[in-house]
Design a protein around this ligand. Structure first.
Ligand code: HEC
Length: 155
């Protein structure tokens, strides 16, 4: 009887392990966010877009050209999550659940071609960021900062 129980437990543990590992696999910039952004964002935020500095110096010109600041590296993404432009990514991508006026951010529509795709991709960004706050840099507490995940790659 003991042997049987052990066998059952062992099967349960070993059998469940890969499934668990799969479902808990962390979202990373390299594996998930960059490929998604290449498809959905780089037309306006890719290598031909201005740096933050250039963009900030002439926002109106670039906005009229439908060009946003360059967001094609991990470092640039950190700026809009928790750096100088903290929360910009979350404010722009939120579906309206967290915005003061209940309206989606103005980049939300670029997340997908339909509601289903948009909500799946929003969830991916949320899992990557780890702490979906719309606060600006000056408002972030140490506790907020400690909760961001933003993994670059899986080890
Ligand atoms: C059709 C062009 C276009 C696409 C596609 C696009 N964006 Fe944008 N984005 C812009 C423009 C233009 C601005 C700057 C004007 C503004 O502030 O709205 C901007 C601004 C932003 C900002 C604010 C940057 C800052 O610090 O001011 C973020 C963050 C952003 N976009 C993220 C994204 C993400 C993520 C995607 C893909 C899911 C995306 N955008 C897709 C055109 C685009």
């Amino acid at each position: 009887m003991k042997k049987l129980i052990l066998a059952v437990v062992a099967t349960a543990v070993l059998g469940a392990a890969p499934v668990l590992a799969g479902s808990q696999q962390a979202v990373t910039y390299v594996d998930d966010i960059k490929p998604l952004m290449e498809r959905r964002c780089y037309a306006c935020h890719g290598e031909y877009s201005p740096t933050f500095e250039m963009f900030d110096a002439d926002k109106e010109k670039y906005a009229a050209m439908m060009v946003g600041p360059r967001l094609n590296s991990y470092e640039q993404m950190l700026i809009v999550v928790s750096g100088d432009e903290a929360g910009a990514l979350m404010r722009r991508l939120d579906d309206g659940a967290n915005t003061p006026d209940g309206q989606p951010g103005n980049m939300y529509r670029h997340l997908g071609n339909n509601d289903d795709e948009r909500s799946r991709n929003l969830q991916l960004f949320k899992n990557w960021v780890g702490h979906w706050t719309l606060k600006r840099a000056a408002e972030l507490t140490d506790e907020d900062r400690g909760q961001f995940k933003v993994l670059e790659r899986s080890n």
